[in-house]
Design a protein around this ligand. Structure first.
Ligand SMILES: Cc1cc2nc3c(=O)[nH]c(=O)nc-3n(C[C@H](O)[C@H](O)[C@H](O)COP(=O)(O)OP(=O)(O)OC[C@H]3O[C@@H](n4cnc5c(N)ncnc54)[C@H](O)[C@@H]3O)c2cc1C
Length: 442
């Protein structure tokens, strides 16, 4: 049993994981329930199905999504080359013909001599080293198995508030303070006067919302505490002022007085490079979030690294459960990979599968682990999902430049700044690959 790795789910993460293990010379049993059974979002019989958009986001290296794909290729990705071979014109993005892309990945997997594909729904955990990659719509017996492994650390909905980068908050308007000056002044506060508040309220209740899919039972019937901010606003003009925007106990140091309303921002990561808008989980369209939330004093020019979302999404509380190689702390022979770990997005899911597959195979072969440097996109994502600091209200995170450690020099031009972050990441990853002898799966 020791020379086999089980991978459950042949989505983006599962295919990458299976490929990484097999390319390392270890046998894989890849379990996939399609075409016998489909989740509510899956329709195509092939593997690595893109359930919604056909875009894998920006292609250029000096972007978070481009850097992630570049690093994945360095690490031996299956999906990135398949995507490039089946790309369609999409400006600066890497978009694919989704069926051709899925067919290409499926053909590679099925023709690999070390991968055995096993059809049907998995309802019991196989014995031995296992990578669980059943995706954000995991249900039934598999969800029960995961609940058994993770206890309370399993969520069924995203209720994520937008996140902005710390260095784009205008601190001439915003200020640090904690309510009633209790504890450290950890919150960034954006004060509003009455006129600003009323204009903000008006914009919020009239902004365009995302239409949820049929299978996405609305979360607020489940968690009243996770109500979208626009829903709260629609209950009455002052409702937000008695909820997440309440100003009590917060005096603006510039006026010495309590503002009419306050938006509070809390640190999203240990490094303090990202802040989330407390209580601002939302279903507004992304463009509308940018327009309306930029009306908040202090956020006029804020860079949004993640927009708020509220949709069905099964994910585990990884910071409490996982190591940075995506194995469980309590059961190191079990790995999780994909969106279910709290990475967000097609390529992020695939990347986590690649990292888990590399880690599993190296462990079986008695090789030392790959230490993904924290200033790489793959390293920063693994760090984000496994850092206990993030376990409080853990919400999924996609690749973004805000999760990389500060570069230490101020580069005003965004393109140049991102280019510097990308170059640093590539150098670091190349350094690590050199250290381990050139390849992860040798
Ligand atoms: C509706 C929806 C739309 C999304 N749209 C986008 C988007 O446009 N862009 C983006 O970047 N991200 C999007 N995402 C987020 C995320 O990128 C995708 O969900 C992505 O497919 C996750 O990859 P994965 O490998 O983790 O899971 P999946 O791709 O879902 O793969 C899981 C696989 O496991 C199989 N499986 C599940 N349970 C079992 C079982 N018990 N036994 C055997 N097999 C099983 C499934 O059939 C499936 O093939 C979306 C998510 C959802 C739910």
């Amino acid at each position: 049993m020791n020379d086999i790795v089980n991978v459950i789910g042949a989505g983006l993460a599962g295919c990458e994981a299976a490929w990484a293990v097999a390319e390392a010379g270890i046998r894989v049993r890849l379990y996939e329930m399609k075409p016998e059974k489909y989740s509510p979002a899956h329709k195509y019989s092939g593997f690595a199905e893109l359930v919604c958009s056909n875009s894998l986001k920006a292609a250029r290296l000096e972007s978070a999504a481009g850097l992630l794909k570049y690093e994945m290729e360095l690490l031996g990705s299956l999906t990135v080359p398949c995507a490039k071979e089946n790309s369609v014109e999409a400006g600066g993005a890497l978009a694919v013909d989704r069926e051709k892309f899925s067919d290409a990945v499926t053909a590679k997997i099925k023709s690999h001599p070390l991968i055995e594909v096993i059809g049907g729904e998995v309802t019991e955990l196989p014995e031995g080293m296992t990578i669980i990659a059943t995706g954000p719509l995991t249900q039934g017996a598999m969800a029960d198995i995961i609940r058994g492994l993770c206890g309370e650390g399993l969520s069924f909905y995203d209720a994520a508030a937008p996140i902005v980068t710390a260095d784009t908050i205008n601190m001439e308007r915003a200020f640090y303070a904690s309510r009633y000056d209790r504890g450290d002044a950890d919150y960034v506060n954006c004060p509003m006067n009455k006129e600003e508040y009323l204009a903000f309220h008006e914009a919020l209740i009239n902004a365009e919302k995302v239409q949820l899919k049929d299978f996405e039972t609305h979360p607020f019937s489940v968690y009243e505490g996770c109500m979208p901010i626009e829903e709260l606003a629609s209950r009455g003009v002052d409702t937000m002022r008695f909820g997440p925007m309440k100003p009590v106990g917060i005096d603006d140091p510039r006026t010495g007085r309590r503002p009419y309303a306050v938006v509070q921002l809390r640190k999203e990561n240990r490094e303090g490079t990202l802040f989330n808008l407390v209580g601002f989980q939302t279903n507004l369209k992304f463009g509308e979030q940018k327009r309306v939330f930029s009306m908040i004093p202090g956020l006029e020019n804020a860079e949004f690294m993640r927009y708020g979302v509220m949709h069905r999404n099964t994910f585990i509380n990884s910071p409490e459960l996982l190591n940075s190689d995506f194995s469980m702390r309590s059961r190191p022979e079990i790995f999780f990979a994909g969106q279910i770990t709290g990475v967000e997005g097609y390529m992020e899911s695939a990347a986590s599968g690649l990292i888990a597959g590399i880690a599993a195979s190296r462990r079986l072969k008695g090789l030392e682990p790959v230490k993904l440097p924290p200033d790489t996109m793959t390293g920063a994502l693994s760090h984000y999902v496994s850092d206990p600091f993030n376990s409080g209200n853990f919400q999924p995170m996609g690749a973004n430049m805000g999760i990389l450690p500060d570069i230490g020099v101020r580069i005003k031009d965004k393109k140049e700044r991102y280019g510097a972050y990308a170059q640093r990441a590539v150098n670091s990853l190349r350094g690590e690959l050199e250290r381990i002898g050139g390849k992860c799966n040798s």
